[in-house]
Design a protein. Structure first.
Length: 261
C-alpha cells in the first residue's frame, strides 16, 4: 500500500525510547523525514545517528515540553529543518501512579503541563501551516484510561481525558482544511512505563513486579501485552493517505482490553 508518507516531515515527541522511538522508526520506514524530540540529548544523538546510517533523513531536538515557555522556540526549530512539519505525534511519559489523595497541587500542575498543555501549545503553533498547505496529521498517543479508568492512575485517567476532548474539538475546526486530528488509546505495552507501574503496584501489594506484569497480561483478551511496533503501525496508518477520511476518533490499540462497545 502506498501510504503517501514519502517526503513528509514528522515531529515525534518522546522519541528517544519506547512508543515514540517505535513511531519514528515506523514513519521513517515509510519514507518520512523524522525529527525526534525528548529530554535525553545523548540518547537522541544515538538514535538519530542509527537512522542516518540507514539512509533516513532524521534530526533531533533535545527539549523538555513541560517547560511551556520553550515550546515556541521548539516549533520554530522543527519547522526550520525542512520548512514545514506535516505530521505531529504528541507523546509524553505518563504521570505518576497512585491514589487521588497522594498528590498535591504541584504534581497535578506539572502533570497537566506535561501531558496536556505541551500537546496543545505545540499543536497550536504547527497546525496553521498544515492547514495552509491543505494536508496535516495530528496524532496523540493517549491511553486506555480515556475509555476505561485504571486503578491508581487518577492523573492519567483525568488529564488524558482532557486531551481527547481537546482533540475532538480541534478536529472539527480543521477538518475542512485537510488536517486530521486523532488519538490512539494505547493498551498495556512492553515499555519501561509498564515496569514502572508494575514496580509501584508490587510495592503496594508485597508481590514481585514480574507477577504483577503477568497478572496485567492475563486480563487482556489476547493474553499478552503489545509490542511498541504494534502501536507505531496504528500511528503510521492514521498518518497515511489511507486514513484521510478519519478524524476526531480515539482508536484503542489494546488487545481487546477495553470492555465497552
Amino acid at each position: 500500500m502506498n501510504t503517501g508518507l514519502k517526503g513528509k516531515a514528522a515531529l515525534i515527541c518522546g522519541a528517544s525510547r519506547g512508543l515514540g522511538l517505535a513511531c519514528a522508526e515506523k514513519l521513517a520506514g515509510e519514507g518520512a523525514k523524522v525529527i525526534l524530540l525528548s529530554r535525553n540529548k545523548d540518547l537522541l544523538f544515538e538514535r538519530v545517528s542509527n537512522l542516518n546510517n540507514r539512509g533516513v533523513e532524521a534530526r533531533f531536538i533535545p527539549a523538555d515540553l513541560s517547560v511551556i515557555e520553550e515550546i515556541p522556540a521548539i516549533a520554530k526549530k522543527a519547522e526550520a529543518f525542512w520548512g514545514n512539519v506535516d505530521i505531529l505525534i504528541n507523546n509524553a511519559g505518563g504521570p505518576p501512579s497512585g491514589p487521588n489523595l497522594s498528590f498535591n497541587a504541584d504534581v497535578w500542575i506539572h502533570s497537566f503541563k506535561q501531558n496536556f498543555l505541551s500537546a496543545e501549545e505545540l499543536t497550536k503553533l504547527l497546525i496553521p501551516a498544515m492547514a495552509e498547505s491543505g494536508w496535516g496529521r495530528i496524532i496523540n498517543l493517549t491511553s486506555i484510561t480515556v475509555k476505561q479508568p485504571v486503578e491508581n492512575l487518577i492523573l492519567s485517567n483525568s488529564i488524558r481525558m482532557a486531551v481527547t476532548g481537546w482533540a475532538k474539538t480541534l478536529s472539527l475546526e480543521f477538518a475542512a482544511a485537510g488536517v486530521t486530528v486523532n488519538n490512539i488509546a494505547t493498551g498495556y505495552t512492553l515499555t519501561e512505563r509498564i515496569n514502572e507501574l508494575a514496580a509501584v503496584k508490587a510495592e503496594q501489594s508485597g508481590r514481585d513486579a514480574e507477577d504483577v506484569i503477568e497478572e496485567m497480561a492475563s486480563k487482556i483478551p489476547m493474553k499478552r501485552m503489545a509490542e511498541p511496533e504494534e502501536i507505531a503501525s496504528a500511528a503510521a496508518f492514521l498518518a497515511s493517505d489511507a486514513a484521510s477520511y478519519i478524524t476526531g476518533v480515539t482508536l484503542p490499540v489494546d488487545g481487546g482490553y477495553i470492555a465497552g462497545v
